[in-house]
Design a protein around this ligand. Structure first.
Ligand SMILES: Cc1cc2nc3c(=O)[nH]c(=O)nc-3n(C[C@H](O)[C@H](O)[C@H](O)COP(=O)(O)O)c2cc1C
Length: 218
């Protein structure tokens, strides 16, 4: 398995290890990092995240890591020479992104787009995204976060990713889950998740195989 590293032209990355079990086995489960995008106080995100994580955990072809942006304090001012404090924050996230074969971005919709926390983690990294597939799960009001997803696609295109066509979106998300955090009528969302995860896995395996034969960009 080829792991991406930051080149000298990118912002610095931590050398700390990711929580994935690193394997050289080409048949090892695809390593999927779920990025929980909202870091808002009182956020709804963890409810949707739990639903999503349980869908990923059901799959024997996928292994899971979680990047919760509420647990990372990345400044909006980028730096090639971050302070020790910023480097410590990067160390919480960069190794997980580097080790991932594929990503699922969980995004709410804020003002017809995605939250600043997501743009920040995207911009602090570069090679970590490259030649990997990115899927989206969104939630919000009437639009279900679809506008946030469509704004994320061109951002991830710039980073040499493949974005997955099918998404899962939760419209008026608050009303869809009960007080215990369970989806009241999960069949549709579960079916959409299967389609999305199947597409993510296809691209993940395809790109893992291709990179084993020839490094991306060479
Ligand atoms: C600053 C802000 C802007 C929002 N703008 C939109 C919007 O444009 N469209 C929409 O459907 N919902 C919008 N919402 C509703 C959120 O998508 C919804 O509250 C969601 O649960 C927020 O995710 P979070 O609680 O995990 O942060 C907005 C919420 C906030 C806090």
């Amino acid at each position: 398995m080829t792991e991406t590293t930051s080149s000298s032209s990118t912002l610095p990355s931590s050398s700390a290890t990711a929580s994935f079990a690193v394997s050289s086995d080409a048949d090892a489960p695809l390593r999927v990092a779920v990025i929980i995008g909202s870091n808002r106080e009182g956020r709804f995100g963890p409810i949707v995240a739990e639903w999503l994580l349980s869908r990923v955990r059901e799959r024997s072809d996928l292994s899971l890591d979680v990047v919760d942006l509420a647990e990372v304090d990345l400044p909006t001012s980028l730096s090639f020479d971050p302070s020790a404090a910023v480097a410590a924050e990067l160390a919480k996230v960069t190794p997980k992104l580097a080790a991932a074969d594929a990503f699922i971005v969980l995004t709410p919709e804020y003002n017809h787009s995605y939250p600043a926390s997501l743009k920040s983690v995207v911009d602090w990294h570069k090679a970590e995204w490259e030649a990997k597939p990115v899927a989206f799960v969104s939630y919000g009001g009437l639009s279900g976060g679809l506008r946030a997803v469509e704004h994320l696609r061109p951002v991830f295109a710039e980073l040499h990713t493949v974005t997955i066509r099918d998404t899962v979106s939760f419209h008026n998300a608050g009303a869809l889950f009960d007080d215990a955090g369970n989806h009241r009528d999960p069949a549709g969302a579960d079916a959409a998740a299967k389609v999305m995860l199947d597409q993510l896995a296809w691209w993940g395996w395809a790109l893992r195989g291709a990179k084993a034969v020839r490094p991306y960009g060479s």
